[in-house]
Design a protein around this ligand. Structure first.
Ligand SMILES: Nc1ncnc2c1ncn2[C@@H]1O[C@H](COP(=O)(O)OP(=O)(O)OP(=O)(O)O)[C@@H](O)[C@H]1O
Ligand SMILES: [Mg+2]
Length: 509
């Protein structure tokens, strides 16, 4: 490759109490490339990029950073931004109640005398919005925009600062397929302008469709870098996990018997459009030993449906029968009482308490189980949390580690452990493997299969079709308020699921 080296990170070592997150990592990025950064949960990807962005000051790690051959000393994010480094985090880090233009130019609003020059600011904002193909007004309030639009605004903001390197940490998690496509088109155009885009992702198809090069971290070490045309998925996965993986899906046929849960005539209000339903009169049955997949486009109402069943969000109508008996579920507490568990999509928001230990987080929903006569049974607590800590392969020094100190994917494993530890009869999983590396995905699938084998019922919402096609016994497709079809594992194909996902009330004869 005859492209110019833009970024050199040399011999970076970063330690947290008890953990060496990065061990003499050297990392380069070239001008005008899309570079994928891959590795298992806890490998050190986010930490490496936080060092680049100045979130960790120069005094907190060993090693050197050069941009265009010039040595950098970043003590905070502002200094790294000045050198042309932009970061797009998974969580939006902007001011939701300010306008788009205010967000774009925060801290450097154009002035006319002692007043902000709104006209100039809005005009400049429009230019950058055009660059990322956003057809919105500069004075729109950020909160009113969708997740993908907000993300594009943060890219526009990075562009407005003479961007050289754009880092995106798992950027497509909140995006629909269509939105992801737009994002990657923008990255292609940034690349043509000489910008280096560093993409952290667990999705291999994203890597192969968009990146020019890939660098793999394992256990805080840089283990390989390839041009994409010189490698394949098997190689990269083997580098990530340190061994070859041949079977990604440990699906097992287990006997499926009578209904464990029946959902009847469920209607759910639309979360943001008044007087509209997002789910209209949906009924289905979950059987003992069954893994029921729910497919559909992001925003089709899959999460709203299961949240309403679980009593977490309001419903307009609907009944739930468990083992043939109608149950009243008015709150998540009621649902748990009837043996249901729900792993939500928004784990960060309602899944974990980051100031508590792994042990406390796992045993939190089962205090009743571990305590005797109201006294916490620490031995039992330790045993239980230890069991799931091991089986989910959480990367941390021990179960006393605070959850806030874990990598993103490892936090998700803890949330999952917390629900499985309750030994629910009915386990509902909303995007259970999002942000989870290949090795850990396998462990999660094994746990799901285990539950099925014990005769429990599992509902799995997923936007990753290969996962649904391989793991589910039946796939129910939701689109435009209704179930548009239910396919058995034998008849389901990617094509059929996608066709049903695109159906609406209008195009059905
Ligand atoms: N603030 C912190 N305090 C203590 N340890 C930390 C802290 N932040 C990260 N670590 C540890 O450093 C290691 C690397 O974490 P990092 O977040 O960089 O992983 P990652 O590759 O981004 O993983 P994921 O794919 O799960 O997001 C992990 O073992 C993590 O537990
Ligand atoms: Mg991370």
């Amino acid at each position: 490759m005859d492209k110019k080296i833009l970024l050199e990170m040399k011999h970076i070592t970063k330690r947290f109490q008890g953990v060496t997150a990065l061990d003499k990592v050297s990392f380069n990025a070239y001008e005008g490339e899309i570079l994928a950064l891959c590795g298992e949960n806890g490998a050190g990807k986010s930490t490496l990029m936080k060092i680049l962005s100045g979130s960790y000051p120069e005094t907190s790690y060993e090693g050197e950073i050069y941009i265009n051959g010039e040595k950098c000393h970043f003590m905070d994010p502002a200094q790294s931004e000045k050198m042309g480094i932009g970061m797009i985090y998974q969580e939006i880090s902007m001011h939701l109640d300010m306008t788009v233009a205010e967000n774009l130019f925060i801290g450097r609003w154009p002035m006319k005398g002692r007043q902000v020059d709104w006209k100039k600011m809005n005009a400049k904002a429009k230019e950058y919005l055009d660059l990322v193909g956003l057809d919105i007004e500069p004075d729109d309030i950020l909160r009113r925009l969708g997740a993908s639009q907000q993300q594009l605004v943060s890219i526009a903001r990075a562009l407005s600062k003479d961007l050289k390197i754009l880092v995106l940490d798992e950027p497509t998690s909140p995006l629909t397929q269509k939105e992801s496509k737009i994002l990657f088109q923008i990255l292609q155009s940034l690349k043509e302008r000489g910008i280096a885009c560093i993409l952290i992702t667990h999705k291999m198809d994203e890597v192969f469709q968009n990146a020019d090069r890939v660098t793999v971290l394992r256990d805080g070490k840089s283990v390989a870098s390839y041009l994409l045309e010189e490698t394949d998925e098997k190689r990269i996965v083997a580098d990530m996990v340190g061994r070859e993986i041949t079977n990604f899906y440990p699906k097992e046929k287990v006997p499926i018997s009578g209904p464990i849960m029946e959902v009847k005539d469920f209607s759910v209000p639309h979360p943001s459009i008044p007087d509209r339903k997002i789910i209209d009169n949906v009924s289905f049955t979950l059987h003992k030993g069954e893994i029921l997949g729910i497919a559909g486009l992001v925003g089709a109402g899959r999460s709203e449906l299961v949240n309403a069943i679980f009593g977490k969000e309001p419903k307009l109508s609907g009944k739930v029968y468990i083992n043939g008996r109608e149950v009243q579920i008015k709150s998540p507490f009621d649902a748990m009482k009837h043996g249901m568990a729900l792993l939500t999509e928004e784990r960060k928001k309602d899944g974990i308490i980051s100031g508590m230990s792994i042990r406390e987080n796992i045993t939190l929903p089962l205090l009743k189980m571990v305590s005797q006569r109201g006294v916490l049974n620490f031995k039992k607590e330790r045993e239980l949390s230890g069991k799931y800590f091991e089986s989910l392969n959480v990367k941390a020094p021990g179960t006393d580690t605070l959850v806030g100190q874990l990598s993103g994917g490892n936090q998700q494993k803890v949330v999952l452990g917390k629900w499985i530890a309750r030994e629910p009869q009915i386990l509902i999983l909303d995007e259970p493997t999002r942000g989870i590396d290949v090795g850990a995905k396998y462990e999660i699938y094994k746990i799901i299969v285990d539950l099925a084998r014990q005769g429990k019922g599992v509902i799995m919402i997923s936007s990753e079709l290969p996962e649904l096609l391989s793991m589910a016994d039946r796939i129910m497709v939701i689109s435009d308020q209704k179930i548009r079809g239910t396919l058995s594992a034998e008849e389901a194909t990617q094509q059929k699921v996608m066709e049903l996902s695109a159906l609406s009330g209008n195009n059905i004869a």
